[in-house]
Design a protein around this ligand. Structure first.
Ligand code: Z5A
Length: 212
């Protein structure tokens, strides 16, 4: 029996993360892995969902300082990690998270220009040794991702940022995953069937490696 794992799905908006999370859960089922908890960041606990609303929807009262945005992401993450992720992993459940701290490195680090060292300090202070066992990074060109996101919904506060911001965010993702052996990059510019097939291929390959 394989030990339970913590899997993270990352990428820009419109990369297909929501769909990928559900698909990975279905794929695990084929391996008789049914004890799976699905979460999203920021969010998934009552307090973290309130922070999510504030971060995504608050356009009016005042402009967010970039450090405020970063700390709110971590506040929501701490709630989720302590209330759901760590207890679930302790109980032997699998966890799939739509985003984790790599998003903070990419958006607040790469996009907003906060120093990587500062974000690393927050991660080591508040997340300790909790590390994803696997991250699937769905790589999409910002123009394509935003076009998809626009089709589906009204853009939120962060999605209203410039294309330049999302280009910097993507570059940061690519830099940060470069030498990380626990991250698999998936080309998410392709049509949804190709992306889904590739996710399945990569997950099965990874599961086989873990079983052997
Ligand atoms: N954020 C941050 O700044 N720092 C942090 O530390 C964290 C988050 C944790 C969260 O909003 C925001 O917070 C996010 C980053 C920031 N903001 N931005 N910008 P969210 O949870 O709403 O995240 P999102 O990434 O913006 O969600 P999304 O737009 O729903 O993206 P998605 O889940 O990757 O996409 P999807 O819902 O699966 O697909 C979107 C549409 O595209 C949908 O109609 C699909 O059917 C379609 N789609 C998906 N894949 C394809 C392909 N391959 N071809 C064609 N169409 C496709």
């Amino acid at each position: 029996m394989m030990k339970n794992k913590f899997i993270v799905i990352e990428g820009l908006e419109g990369a297909g993360k929501t769909h990928a999370c559900l698909f990975v859960k279905e794929t695990l089922k084929e391996y008789n892995i049914r004890n799976v908890v699905l979460v999203r960041q920021p969010g998934s606990t009552p307090i973290a969902e309130k922070i999510r609303k504030l971060i995504k929807n608050e356009f009016q009262i005042e402009k967010f300082e970039k450090e405020t945005e970063l700390l709110l992401m971590y506040a929501a993450r701490i709630q989720l990690v302590k209330k759901i992720i760590q207890p679930a992993l302790k109980q032997g459940k699998w966890v799939i998270s739509d985003r984790h701290d790599l998003s903070s490195f990419a958006y607040q680090g790469g996009g907003l220009g906060i120093k990587k060292k500062l974000i690393q300090q927050l991660t080591s202070l508040f997340l300790g040794d909790l590390m994803p066992d696997l991250t699937l990074y769905l790589d999409v060109h910002p123009k394509i991702g935003l076009k998809r996101a626009l089709k589906r919904k009204k853009l939120d506060r962060i999605e209203h940022r410039s294309l330049k911001f999302f280009k910097k965010t993507r570059i940061s993702y690519l830099k940060n995953i470069k030498s990380d052996k626990k991250v698999i990059k998936i080309d998410a510019n392709l049509n949804i069937n190709s992306v889904t097939q590739n996710i399945k291929f990569q997950i099965l390959k990874w599961l086989h490696k873990k079983v052997i």
